[in-house]
Design a binder for this molecule. Structure first.
Ligand SMILES: [Zn+2]
Length: 329
């Protein structure tokens, strides 16, 4: 027994120092000692990387998935051993200019993209990246296959007034939409998010992203977020570092908070009983931003969480479960 304990002690003692102390590296999914030529994840297309012998024979690697499910988020990572003057990524008619960081003599740009279960159709979409290296512009194109996802269905029968809002609130709903649409499409130059995201509450998921809802026999928009069990007054945490861009009181969402995490990523928290931050506040990952409740159109206390990526509401689940490296595999 003593020998066994000694063995366990040795194993722990020997492996502990091997755990990387740097959080920055993990932020990009890069490991100390990674070779620039070999960090291509399995799904990255080799031809794309080979087609990119940048000026002066430098290495430039673009990692992005070849296939993505409808509604699913994904990452694009560019790594160069030459300084990246600028990078712009084009996807579904939107452009994001990711912030560039230097780590271990490599220049890295990381962006989150995705499609929305409401509007995305299975098929091919083009992803293009323009990277300026040493004053020379290089364009890389990649075809991303959007694949169907079999999201669950739910039939509900609800009192008519809960399904169709009364006409006197139409104007209010319209005004809400203008404010929320602007917030969802916020695009700021500095990336503040990192992966995995923090779950805003610890309660279990009661309604999944993508759920096809049929109310009183009529198909409604799919659920574009997650409902999480959360009792009245339970603290709700920010999913990542960011800046509060909207604290609203809306017809459907009730008391809601929108947080900008940079480079087109915005998180949303609905049905709160009370927000405890105000617009302009800087928040950290895990910081309490409000108390959960059942304001707006909610049948009971819970938290509705949504994540907008360049205005597309994506499934947040993979971002809670995976770090950057896993997302790129
Ligand atoms: Zn919901």
């Amino acid at each position: 027994m003593k020998r066994f304990l000694l063995f366990i002690f040795l194993v722990i003692a020997l492996t502990l120092p091997m755990v990387p102390a740097s959080v920055t590296a993990q932020d990009f999914g890069l490991q100390e000692g990674d070779d620039i030529g070999f960090i291509m994840p399995g799904d990255a297309v080799a031809a794309e990387a080979e087609a990119a012998p940048a000026p002066g024979g430098s290495a430039f690697v673009m990692a992005a998935p070849g296939r993505v499910g409808v509604g699913q988020p994904f990452l694009v990572r560019l790594t160069s051993d030459q300084p990246l003057d600028s990078v712009s990524i084009h996807w579904l008619g939107k452009e994001v200019v990711p912030s560039i960081s230097v780590w271990n003599n490599r220049h890295v740009a990381l962006a989150m993209l995705g499609t929305d279960v409401l509007s995305a159709k299975p098929g091919k979409e083009e992803l293009s990246v323009i990277a300026s290296i040493d004053g020379k512009e290089n364009t890389f194109r990649r075809t991303v296959q959007i694949t169907p996802v079999d999201y669950p269905k739910q039939e509900l029968t609800l009192p008519k007034k809960m399904v169709t809002p009364p006409t006197e609130v139409y104007d209010r709903i319209k005004t809400d939409r203008v404010a929320t649409s602007a917030a969802k499409n916020t695009l700021t130059p500095q990336r503040l998010w990192g992966l995995p995201l923090e779950r805003p509450v610890s309660g279990k998921i009661t309604s999944l992203y993508g759920l096809q809802r049929i109310l009183n026999g009529k198909p409604k928009n799919p659920h574009r977020g997650q409902d999480l069990r959360s009792p009245m007054g339970n603290p709700v945490k920010s999913t990542a570092d960011g800046v509060v861009i909207l604290v609203g009181e809306h017809y459907y969402a009730g008391n809601s908070i929108y947080i900008d995490h940079g480079n087109g990523v915005v998180s949303m928290y609905f049905h709160l009983s009370k927000p405890i931050v105000k617009e302009g506040d800087k928040v950290q990952r895990g910081q309490a931003i409000g108390l959960s409740g059942m304001s707006g159109r909610a049948t009971g206390p819970h938290l509705h969480f949504s994540l907008s990526v360049l205005g597309k509401l994506v499934d947040p689940e993979p971002l809670f479960l995976n770090d950057v490296d896993k997302m790129l595999k």
